[in-house]
Design a protein around this ligand. Structure first.
Ligand code: ATP
Ligand code: MG
Length: 375
């Protein structure tokens, strides 16, 4: 699939923008704080329904304005689709905002937008993917799985709501506002939804693992073996069927009941999972050098790109925000190789010298300046 056009209205520092894109690579360059990341953020928002850099939709609306709009025209095997996101700041509470979505002019729920535009975003924050906390790796997996299968996005949303309700009940029980009897119902519902997510994570990681390992083998000149190890919180999955995982989760919650009530928080489940990255029998988070970690991150990102294309049968759109300058020439070359013949790529750089000639020769180049884009 490819992004044919983007239009922005009062999004971040863009008052108004109409942009037509080529099918191949497009480079956006410009000084700091001009709007390069904001543009890729708008595309990611359309694809994923949330900004990858903030939970607060109100931040996306141009300062002092009541609402923002992002429209993307996407050409895919299914024809041309128009995705629109509107964000309106609540007049009563300016830090809050609502999001509304339409697909070809028809109102949709956020989870029904998933899959219409698939993206792989690679930006400087991702360099923490291996070294940083588990949350980043869970987000990596959630984003990938939701784009591969919108049902997974729906299950994640459902789980999130159930978890919120159960945690609220745990706090109410702690404060004596609710009896403990009601807890079982939420425990069962949460365990069923959580087990579905965990079994899917396990299955998909097993498929992703050899792809990431192959990229890493190549990046390390055949010296290192990368492994992804799923660490589900509170259960052992192995070959266990869904019902058994759900049963294990329920039991784990019952065992932790007093602790859960004391903290007002659910102790086990996919929100606590981790996906460990290992290099040659050592956990990369703890033992890998900076260079090894960068290679591992790049392997994960290339695997994401490859896996999405393989499972859906369509190339996603690659969003590269300022990462070329962070990579050494060998890793840069490997990333570029993935672009040929490959996916449409939107690439930002503060300095054109950070980009290899081979990309500049075949890319359309735009200059970004104060929320405007010039040819
Ligand atoms: P860098 O090279 O430093 O990464 P950039 O071009 O990627 O720069 P962006 O992150 O896109 O820069 O941000 C550009 C500007 O957008 C910043 O100066 C920021 O203050 C401004 N900005 C962020 N949110 C809003 C908003 N809601 N309204 C108006 N301007 C905003
Ligand atoms: Mg930026």
């Amino acid at each position: 699939m490819f992004l044919a056009n983007v239009s922005l209205f009062d999004f971040r520092n863009y008052a108004e923008l109409e942009l037509t894109l080529e099918r191949s690579a497009t480079v956006f360059f410009g000084g700091n704080a001009q709007g390069k990341t904001n543009l890729l953020e708008a595309v990611a928002l359309s694809a994923l329904t949330r900004s990858p850099r903030t939970q607060q939709a109100a931040e996306l609306v141009r300062f002092g304005q009541p609402a923002a709009r992002v429209t993307c025209g996407v050409q895919s095997d299914a024809g041309l689709k128009e995705l629109e996101v509107r964000i309106s700041v609540s007049p009563a509470a300016p830090s809050r905002a609502s999001r509304r979505f339409t697909l070809n002019g028809i109102a949709k729920r956020s989870t029904d937008m998933m899959g219409s535009l698939r993206v792989v975003l690679f930006w400087p924050d991702d360099l923490q993917l291996v070294k940083g906390p588990g949350e980043g790796r869970r987000r990596f997996l959630n984003t990938l799985l939701s784009q591969v299968d919108p049902d997974h996005a729906r299950e994640l949303t459902r789980y999130g709501h159930l978890l919120e309700q159960r945690n609220a009940l745990l706090r109410a029980i702690r404060e004596g506002r609710q009896p403990i009897d009601g807890l079982d119902y939420w425990t069962t519902a949460l365990a069923e939804s959580g087990a579905a997510i965990m079994v899917e994570r396990q299955r998909r990681l097993l498929e992703l693992q050899p792809i990431a390992a192959a990229f890493h083998r190549e990046l390390s000149d055949d010296r290192e073996r990368l492994e992804l190890r799923y660490r589900p919180a509170g259960v052992r999955i192995g070959e266990a069927p869904l019902e058994l995982v759900s049963e294990q989760l329920k039991l784990a919650m019952r065992d932790a009941r007093d602790e859960e009530i004391g903290r007002g928080q659910t102790a086990v489940g996919p929100q606590r999972d981790d996906i460990e990255v290992w290099l040659d029998e050592h956990e990369a988070r703890l033992f890998a050098s900076q260079g090894q970690q960068r290679s591992a991150v790049l392997s994960l990102k290339l695997a994401e790109l490859h896996y999405l294309a393989e499972v859906t049968g369509e190339q996603p759109v690659l969003l590269l925000d300022d990462v070329m300058s962070e990579l050494d020439p060998a890793r840069r070359e490997r990333l570029l190789a993935a672009l040929q013949p490959g996916p449409q790529a939107l690439i930002t750089a503060a300095d054109l010298n950070d980009l290899p000639k081979s990309i500049l020769e075949r890319a359309t180049v735009f200059r970004v300046e104060q929320g405007a884009i010039h040819a």
